[in-house]
Structures are given as structure tokens and as C-alpha cells.
Design a protein around this ligand. Structure first.
Ligand code: SAM
Length: 231
């Protein structure tokens, strides 16, 4: 049996590539985006009442991780990428039907768009449905997960002087909390766990329209080197 679903909107996100996106929502509160609704959901009726809600669940398609053959086992980055687990025990992007779900903060509601933050979504992500977060039902105080019992440990992020000046200038231009965004995302150490970063090796990712480059001057420490417009 097959079902057909179609997007009710698409996310315009600060994240333009998969690398350096937090592995779950809420890990980078400064990660912002806009969910643009498409017809017939863009006239205001469909979002009436949402202004009373602080957070929403988004159901979406991992549109840049779709595969024809379903995987039964995956290697979650959270476990270092070298231990396999049943796909249903993980939040891996490669999964049957390619459906993801994230709880995000709802900052503003307009008739045809929702302003959201704390996102872990790539730019262009198709959204299948929006549901209000319901604290009394969704908070489970005695819940446990032996594989992911707490948020990943953070590593310190320092700045080269010029990079910090660049980031402040670009933040003003974009009117976005850019310094916080970069710090919150890099503190989670986006590098694959199996790579040992040599100090001379540079890493980079795009946030908004900016190319952000960093390195590891020593293990467990990130230094941001450059924040410049993407060529
Ligand atoms: N919170 C969601 C969930 O549990 O279903 C997503 C978790 S998944 C581990 C998060 C990762 O998905 C991000 O770090 C990013 O690399 C990737 N991602 C986000 N949006 C995507 C998209 N539209 N297509 C493919 N990968 C995406």
C-alpha cells in the first residue's frame, strides 16, 4: 500500500548544507528560519490560533537523504559512526519514508509564514505537517534513552580577532544573532568523530550566505578563522 503526501510548505533556513547543522533541534537556539506555507495553507485560516503556542512539531522530508533501498541498520554519528544500530532505534536521516520530526520554537505567526528558531533543518526542507507542542502530553519526565541520555558535550569555541569583527559586521547586515549561531553550532563539534583534526586542517560550512572557516588548534578546541560572504 502506498500513500501520497505533499508539502504544506518549505523552510528557508540559516543552514545551506548538511555539515554543521546540529543533530537535533533546540541545540542551537540562534538557528533561525522561516516556514513558507504554500497554497491553500497560505491564507491565514490554517494557522489561526497558533499564536497561542510557543513550540510546534514539524514533520518533514529529509529531501537530501532519500534512498530507494531502505536501511535496517544505520551508524549514528552520535555513537562515533562505527557502531551500527537498528534504524528505528535512531533518529538517522536515512530511514524508511525519509520522514523527520523536530520540535522548534515558534517566534512569530503570519498568514503565510511561520518564523521559527532552534531548528535542525536544511534550507529547502519540505514540511509535511505542523502540530502544536502540547506540554502535558509531550513532556515525559521519567523518559530514558540509554544511547542518548544527555545533549552532546560541548567544546570551547574561540575567535581570531578578524573573524569576530567579520561576524559582528555580517550579523548587523543580516539582522541575525550570527555570533551565537556560529558558537552554538561549532561547540557541538560537527567534525566526523573518526577524523583526528590536524591543527593546519581547515573546516568550513555555510551559514546564511556566509562561508565560515575554522580549525582545531588543539584537540577539543575550535578557533573560528574567517566569516566571509560565500563566493
Ligand atoms: N530532529 C530530526 C529527527 O529526529 O527526525 C532530525 C534529526 S537528524 C539526525 C538531523 C540532521 O539531519 C541534521 O544534522 C542535518 O545534517 C540533517 N538534515 C536536516 N535537514 C535535512 C534534509 N532536509 N535532508 C537531509 N538531511 C537533513
Amino acid at each position: 500500500m502506498t500513500y501520497t503526501v505533499s508539502p504544506i510548505g518549505f523552510v528557508r533556513s540559516c543552514f545551506k548544507e548538511k555539515f554543521a547543522i546540529p543533530r537535533q533541534p533546540q541545540l542551537a537556539p540562534a538557528a533561525r528560519g522561516v516556514l513558507e506555507l504554500v497554497a491553500p495553507f497560505d491564507q491565514g485560516d490554517a494557522v489561526q490560533g497558533l499564536e497561542q503556542v510557543s513550540h510546534v512539531w514539524l514533520l518533514f522530508v529529509f529531501h537530501q537523504a532519500l534512498e530507494d533501498k531502505p536501511r535496517l541498520k544505520v551508524r549514528p554519528p552520535r555513537l562515533g559512526g562505527n557502531k551500527s544500530m537498528g534504524v528505528f532505534a535512531t533518529r538517522a536521516t536515512h530511514r524508511p519514508n525519509g520522514i523527520g520530526q523536530s520540535v522548534v520554537k515558534l517566534d512569530k505567526v503570519e498568514a503565510n509564514r511561520l518564523w521559527i528558531s532552534g531548528i535542525d533543518l536544511l534550507d529547502g526542507t519540505p514540511i509535511l505537517d505542523i502540530k502544536p507542542y502540547v506540554p502535558y502530553a509531550d513532556i515525559i519526565t521519567d523518559a530514558s534513552n540509554g544511547m542518548a541520555s544527555a545533549a552532546p558535550a560541548l567544546i570551547p569555541v574561540v575567535w581570531a580577532d578578524t573573524a569576530l569583527q567579520q561576524a559582528h559586521a555580517q550579523a548587523l547586515r543580516l539582522q541575525e544573532p550570527l555570533v551565537a549561531l556560529i558558537e552554538q553550532c561549532l561547540a557541538q563539534d560537527p567534525r566526523p568523530a573518526y577524523q583526528t583534526p590536524a591543527p593546519e586542517r581547515e573546516y568550513g560550512a555555510q551559514f546564511w550566505d556566509l562561508d565560515v572557516r575554522w580549525h582545531y588548534p588543539e584537540p577539543g578546541l575550535i578557533c573560528v578563522l574567517e566569516v566571509i560572504p560565500k563566493q
